[in-house]
Design a protein around this ligand. Structure first.
Ligand code: NAP
Length: 265
């Protein structure tokens, strides 16, 4: 039997175990997916222990995505993003990958949205960095807007052609944008949006990375403005699809994984 899992703290409400186990069942793979919650000081021991025990792959979530970078061999994209959310123990040394970036790209692709336009990424934390690199690599011109403007500038400096702003610039950036990603945690806990509703428009495709609620205020207001809306469940699905493909080398059963996810979101 193969063993995969998730390392984070907390992980109690994670949707990854049922999503991945639905994939194993659909593909006839003898595997389990387990959520692990190590003490934050024990990350290195957890990764070494997982390798010693023969665990096949781990997803990594808050608060470990940056720290795990130093414990594995990151691929080029994960190194540029500065965060790993998927560890593959299949080789001699564990490798690190960032499938959140694939999650952003494939969520848009699933909705037939072209990525070569002007993109605004709101947020410059882990999800914002993954979104900004993913969209820039796919050909978009990227503007980053963040509450802490210094982080937006620092991220923009790492990406050719990107520029960084405070949230106050959204009023001028969003009306000219083709793509908008909310990669902040705004909307997770309350009925709030980081983007002024009057800036939203019909030529916009909006991805909200927040998935604790799939109808966030941003997506509701975007739909009213006539924009195309993509909820955070799609990004979650496709980061999991990319992790499954990394670990197994097989095409993921996307519909089975999506069904397991949507039954629980
Ligand atoms: P993070 O690294 O902690 O970054 C948080 C971001 O939110 C920062 O840009 C922060 O701005 C901003 N922020 C926090 N509170 C704010 C507020 N009150 N007003 C304006 N901006 C605020 O977290 P993360 O890992 O990037 O996660 C961000 C969101 O993406 C979460 O909702 C998470 O669940 C979601 N996410 C979804 C997926 C998916 O697959 N759908 C994957 C990863 C993450 P400052 O820099 O100013 O603090």
């Amino acid at each position: 039997m193969q063993v995969f899992g998730l390392v984070g703290n907390p992980v109690g409400h994670s949707l990854s175990p049922p999503m991945h186990e639905a994939a194993y069942e659909e593909c006839g793979i003898d595997a389990r997916y387990v959520a692990f919650e190590p003490d934050p000081d024990d990350l290195e021991a957890a990764i070494e222990g997982a390798q010693a025990l023969g665990i096949d792959g781990l997803n990594v979530t808050i608060p470990f995505k940056r720290d795990v970078l130093d414990l594995v061999a990151p691929d080029d994209l994960a190194a540029r993003i500065g965060a790993v959310n998927t560890v593959d123990f299949g080789g001699r040394k564990p490798t690190g990958h960032n499938t959140d970036a694939a999650g952003v790209k494939r969520a848009f692709a699933h909705h037939d949205v072209s990525l070569d336009g002007r993109a605004v990424v709101v947020g410059a934390g882990g999800a914002g960095r993954a979104a900004a690199f993913a969209l820039a690599d796919a050909g978009a011109t990227v503007a980053i807007a963040n509450r802490t403007v210094e982080s937006a500038h620092a991220l923009a400096d790492e990406i050719d052609g990107a520029d960084g702003h405070g949230l106050d610039a959204l009023g001028s950036l969003v009306p000219d944008a083709d793509l908008l990603v909310n990669a902040t945690s705004v909307g997770m806990d309350g009925d709030e949006s980081p983007v002024p509703s009057e800036t939203l428009h019909t030529d916009l495709a909006v991805l909200d990375a927040v998935y604790s609620s799939i109808e966030t205020r941003l997506l509701r207001e975007a739909a009213v403005a006539g924009a195309r809306t993509i909820d955070g469940g799609w990004m979650l699905l496709y980061q999991g699809v990319a992790a499954f493909e990394q670990w197994t080398g097989r095409d993921a059963p996307v519909n089975a994984m999506n069904g397991a996810l949507r039954a629980r979101i």
